[in-house]
Design a protein around this ligand. Structure first.
Ligand code: NAD
Ligand code: MG
Length: 393
């Protein structure tokens, strides 16, 4: 039995993770679950999975949850509160696997803590790698932790890497990697049409059902931009070794192009339970609940180039990767603020890249030596982005 801690268990990735754990009950015990706000869903999860601990960062909400737990028969889950508890549950000796599924840089410290505790980390929280790639990978290496990507593209790439490959290494014989992108809900919109898109339209992804932040990122293609940076750290490649290819059906999840002309791809129905089941069981295989891919039904696999003109966020991300240092952290923080402002109707969709670009232009690019540096840069970029959002009113 492997002990599992699911950070962000009430979100889209968290729920899919618990689906896979339910299906493979004999192999896993759920040690800890964490949630930010949705305590109704968290209680249902506690009743079913009986974790030893839950974390709810907010003290008041945690106190409310303690009452719910104590009035639920046969439940002795301990309720922890405070941000620090998110880190502490990853370090428990009963925990073998940490699923990092908090959204945004809010997941950074708990992911780092899991690395320092030498755990197997199933990384969905791409933002933590974007903001602190080198530091996170060195914590993984120093403490003999394992970093396995859950992001479907990176999980696909990992599966297509040579035998014995570990994340962070530079694999031999690779010409480039090809990250596929669905193109999101606005793939065929013109620059002019993009000026008038709504929050609901941005959150309605054609192929994947996901949290609201990543849905907006997919619509702006910042998600692909963040994934390019994520891939550069995970697979130790530079910007020129990473291609983005629009593939609207999301059946090929990404490809590795080898110097001998071989291109290896991983295919499957677009369902996050596949990469989750893979990374939980790796190097073994286990059921995920995902139906078999039918290529007669899915007999149109098409490809096109991404448009950097209609999706400036993708260009901003490539530029930040080339600039290196703190540029990706600034990009990420400004994006989180801009997406939040769009989701609360304070700026328009097309203003998201404008906010990010202005913040990137204002801040000098330095080298982050420590997580404390990253946190300072993140805070400064957020403050500047908030000022830019205000200016749009
Ligand atoms: P979501 O919004 O559905 O869930 C987010 C989870 O994080 C929730 O459990 C929430 O309680 C928790 N959370 C939010 N803010 C928090 C905070 N400040 N402190 C502590 N916990 C907090 O998001 P999601 O779609 O599940 O995405 C989670 C992560 O996985 C993101 O980084 C996303 O980019 C990545 N990811 C998601 C998908 C997907 O299909 N949903 C695919 C690839 C990668
Ligand atoms: Mg992805």
């Amino acid at each position: 039995m492997k002990g599992v801690c699911v950070l962000g268990s009430t979100g889209s990735i968290g729920v899919s993770t618990l689906d896979v754990l339910r299906l493979n009950k004999a192999c896993y015990s759920v040690v800890a679950l964490t949630a930010n706000k949705n305590i109704t869903r968290l209680l249902e999860q506690c009743v079913e999975f009986k974790p030893q601990y839950v974390v709810i960062p907010d003290d008041t909400l945690a106190a409310e949850f303690r009452i719910l737990i104590s009035s639920t028969p046969a439940l002795c889950t301990e309720v922890l509160s405070g941000e620090k508890s998110l880190e502490q549950v990853t370090e428990l000796s009963e925990v073998d696997i940490v699923v990092a599924a908090i959204v945004g840089a809010a997941g950074l410290l708990s992911t780092i803590a899991a690395a320092e505790a030498g755990k197997r980390i199933l990384l969905a929280n791409k933002e933590s790698l974007v903001v602190s790639g080198d530091l996170l990978l060195s914590a993984v290496n120093k403490n003999n932790a394992e970093l396995l990507p859950l992001d479907s593209e990176h999980n696909a790439l990992f599966q297509c890497m040579p035998a014995g490959y570990r994340t962070g290494q530079k694999a031999e014989g690779i010409r480039k990697i090809i990250l596929t992108a669905s193109g999101g809900p606005f793939l065929n919109k013109t620059v002019n049409e993009l000026k008038h898109v709504t929050i609901e339209q941005a959150c309605a992804h054609p192929n994947w059902s996901m949290g609201r932040k990543i849905s907006v990122d997919s619509a702006s293609m910042m998600n692909k931009g963040l994934e390019v940076i994520e891939a550069s750290f995970l697979f130790n490649l530079c910007a020129t070794e990473i291609d983005v290819l629009v593939h609207p059906q999301s059946i090929i999840h990404s490809m590795v192009d080898y110097i001998d002309g071989s291109v290896l791809a991983q295919l499957g129905n677009p369902d996050m339970r596949t990469p989750i089941a893979h990374a939980l069981a790796w190097p073994e295989r286990q059921s995920s609940g995902v139906s078999a891919l039918d290529l007669i039904v899915n007999n149109q696999l098409t490809f096109q180039e991404p448009s950097y003109e209609r999706f400036p966020c993708l260009r901003l991300a490539f530029d930040a990767l080339e600039a290196k240092g703190t540029a990706p952290a600034i990009l990420n923080a400004a994006n989180e603020v801009a997406v939040d402002a769009f989701l609360s109707d304070r700026i328009r969709f097309v203003e998201i890249p404008v906010v990010i670009e202005k913040v990137l232009q204002e801040m000098p690019i330095t080298a982050a030596e420590s997580i404390a540096d990253v946190i300072n840069i993140d805070a400064e970029a957020r403050a500047r982005a908030i000022a830019k959002v205000e200016a749009f009113k």
